[in-house]
Every structure is written in C-alpha cells, then in structure tokens.
Design a protein around this ligand. Structure first.
Ligand SMILES: Cc1ncc(COP(=O)(O)O)c(C=O)c1O
Length: 391
C-alpha cells in the first residue's frame, strides 16, 4: 500500500468538469484530464492561499523559477537558467501565439500525425498551413518516417515544426538519437522547433523522457519548449505553464508574443500550484505513475484476451492508450459514437488526430481502477455488438 489512495472515486459532476458533462450512466474516458484528486500537498497549498482572502494580481516569485529549475535538473537532467523561463497561461496559448509570431501567413507548420487534435486548431486559426508527416508502426513501435519528415522540413514554405514529446496519442518517448536527428534536420532547413512537453512526467516506472533541448547544442539553439505541471498533477483548469527558450533572440520574440497576446500574466493559483507541485509533489507522482502503469498493463492483458481483433502497442508515456481497431472499424458506422450509444463508454475518436488516426480509439486511463475495469467491459461489449452489425 502506498501513501496515497488512487482508488478513491470523487464526484466531478458537481464541479462542472468538462469530462463529466455526460448523460447519466455514461463513463467518460476521452479528454486528457484525471479523475484523481491532485496531490494533497498541492491541495493544501491552494487552500492555504485561498485562506488569504485577497485574490489580486500576482508576480512570479523566485520560488516559481526555482521550482521549475530544480525539477528539470533533478528529474530530467536539464539545466535551465532563470532568464530562459517565461510564464504562460497554458501550452495551447503558447503554441497558438508562437504560430502567429513565428510564421507568416500560409507558411507551413509540420506535425507528426496522428497527433493531439488541438495542434490543428493552433495552426489553422493563426493563418498557417498544416503539413503532416505520418508516424508508422514498425516492430511493435511507432516510428518517425525521417525521409518524409526531411522532405516536409525542406519545403521552403516550412518555418515551424510542432513536436509532441512524449507523443500524444501514441505514447512514445522519443530517444536522444531521434531528437538529435530532428534537431539537425530542422537546423539544416532553418525551421524552429516548438516542443510540447506537457506529458513528460507521466512515464512508466523506470522510464525517463528526454527534453528536446537536452539532446544536442543544435536542439537547444533552435527550440522553444512548453512545459507545465498541469497533466502530471491534474491542474489543467488552473491555467499554469512555462516556456523554456535558451536562445536569446528567439526568447525575446516569444516573450513579446506572450505579452501582446495577454497570456503572460499568472493568477495567484497558477503560481501556488506550480510551486507546490514541483517542490512537494514528487512522491505522489511516483505512486501515480505506478498506478497508471498498472492500469495500462491491466488493459493490455484484457484486450489481448478479450478483443483479439484490436491491437495495442505499449505506451511508455502519457496516461493514454491508442487502440488500433482498424480491423474492426467500418467506414459506414462511426466506431466511437456506436460504443457510446450502446454502452455509455465515451472515448476519443481516432480520426480527429489526423491522418493515421482512422479506426483508432484513444482511451484515458488516469482514473480509479474501478473505472478501468468497467470501461474495458463496456469496450468489449461495444466492439462485439459493432462487429455483429458490421458483418
Ligand atoms: C500534447 C498536449 N498539449 C497541450 C495540451 C493542453 O495544454 P494547456 O491546457 O496547457 O493549454 C494537451 C491537453 O490534452 C496535450 O495533450
């Protein structure tokens, strides 16, 4: 038994949780937030800040910088200097703002698909074009097609590479070698790298992600990295993140853009939560990762035994699993909608993650085991019914 209780079920319907805005009896396992309470140490820090009663404007104290710097140095072996760190209200605000500032209208932003669907919105809504390079499966692993990626980066209209490290939805931790190769290619073609590392602290026990900027000097020089405690500590609703930009010229641009887009001002809760997470949350996170790993292993085993037509590759990072149902899915009936309608299990549909996502389902396992077992039974029933009607 650990110190923390991840089996505890909390009622999130009463707090306007987006995930739980569903019909009675439905089980939502779609959007990427957790059904666990955050670490009690963070909750306590927030409650004590709320006790002050005055909720006015907040500056970034030394503790905020120290918290990020020591966490990344201790856990991810990356040395960040205070002046290289900028506050942002979120990773998506950082990405949207960067696309607008770092590309001119109609330039290309390259992404590796399938990828977090909101990347598309960030690119298109800010006047740039999406240029997709598809991941592919090889020997039980998702891989980057480097030849194709190089062609897309070499396009003279490409100015930004929007990267997801580790990758949502496939759950890959990219290796130092892969990151170094990306860095070389992007540098060769004058492409800036925006690395979204929001999922970096959710990894299998014993596995570590590699920050893009730490892979090589080139990677450091050409990159902007978005980091946050929000995924790992269930703080997404608090709007708290940071941007790490080692290169002074690029940093000035990012700082100006976040300022003009008005996403550079922290709320008092954003500062309190980040400091508490990175100074007091480590033990909780360790237990959380072990719990999520157990949930993943349970699902892998369940799916292998009960849904032989679906294929699941082990995701080393994120609390998401990316289920290949291409042998089951049929274009005439939407798989995710069908499962929701027949069983109440609400999953994210693969198509929305771009080319390569068709026929896949994304399932969020950051929830008590009781939800996972219920979810797997519903999935089995839903897929069986689907196969029967599709025959
Ligand atoms: C890869 C990725 N980036 C960014 C976000 C959202 O970031 P934020 O809430 O800080 O805007 C998510 C949320 O699911 C995500 O998966």
């Amino acid at each position: 038994m650990g110190k923390y209780n991840f089996d505890k079920v909390i009622d999130r319907r009463t707090s306007w949780a987006e995930k739980w805005d569903v019909r009675d009896g439905e089980l939502p396992m779609w959007i990427a937030d957790m059904d666990f309470e955050t670490a009690p140490e963070i909750k306590e820090a927030l409650l004590s800040r709320l006790e002050v009663g005055a909720y006015g404007y907040t500056y970034l104290p030394e503790e905020w910088y120290d918290a990020y710097i020591s966490w990344w140095e201790r856990r991810h072996h990356l040395k960040i200097a205070k002046e290289e760190l900028i506050f942002s209200t979120g990773v998506i605000p950082t990405i949207s703002s960067s696309v607008r500032k770092l590309t001119t209208p109609n330039e290309n932003v390259v992404i590796l698909t399938p990828v977090y669907n909101i990347f598309y919105n960030c690119i298109i809504n800010n006047g740039a074009r999406v240029l997709e390079s598809r991941l592919f499966k090889k020997d039980g692993k998702w891989e980057i097609d480097f030849e194709d990626l190089e062609r897309k980066l070499a396009d003279p209209q490409t100015s930004l590479f929007l990267f997801c490290n580790p990758h949502n939805p496939v759950g890959r931790i990219w290796t130092e070698e892969e990151l170094g190769r990306i860095g070389e290619l992007c540098h060769r073609y004058g492409v800036t790298v925006l690395s979204d590392e929001i999922h970096c602290d959710i990894t299998d026990p014993g596995k570590e992600y590699v920050p893009f900027a730490s892979a090589s000097e080139l990677c450091r020089k050409i990159s902007i990295t978005a980091i946050a405690p929000s995924k790992a500590f269930n703080l997404a609703g608090i709007a708290t993140s940071a941007v790490y930009v080692p290169d002074a010229f690029l940093r000035h641009k990012v700082w100006r853009q976040l300022n003009t887009d008005e996403c550079g001002e922290p709320s008092f809760l954003a500062v309190t939560a980040a400091i508490a997470a990175f100074t007091k949350g480590e033990e909780w996170l360790k237990e959380l990762n072990a719990y999520i790993y157990a949930n993943k292993c349970y699902c892998e085993d369940f799916i292998a035994k009960n849904i032989p037509d679906a294929e699941l590759l082990h995701a080393q990072a994120t609390y998401l699993i990316w289920l290949d149902c291409t042998r089951i899915a049929n274009e005439s009936v939407d798989l995710a909608d069908f499962i929701r309608e027949k069983t109440g299990l609400y999953l994210a549909r693969g198509e929305q993650y771009g080319p390569g996502g068709e026929g896949f389902l994304r399932i969020n396992l950051a929830c008590p085991k009781s939800y996972v077992t219920d979810g797997m039974e519903r999935l089995k029933t839903g897929l069986k019914m689907y196969q029967e009607i599709a025959r």
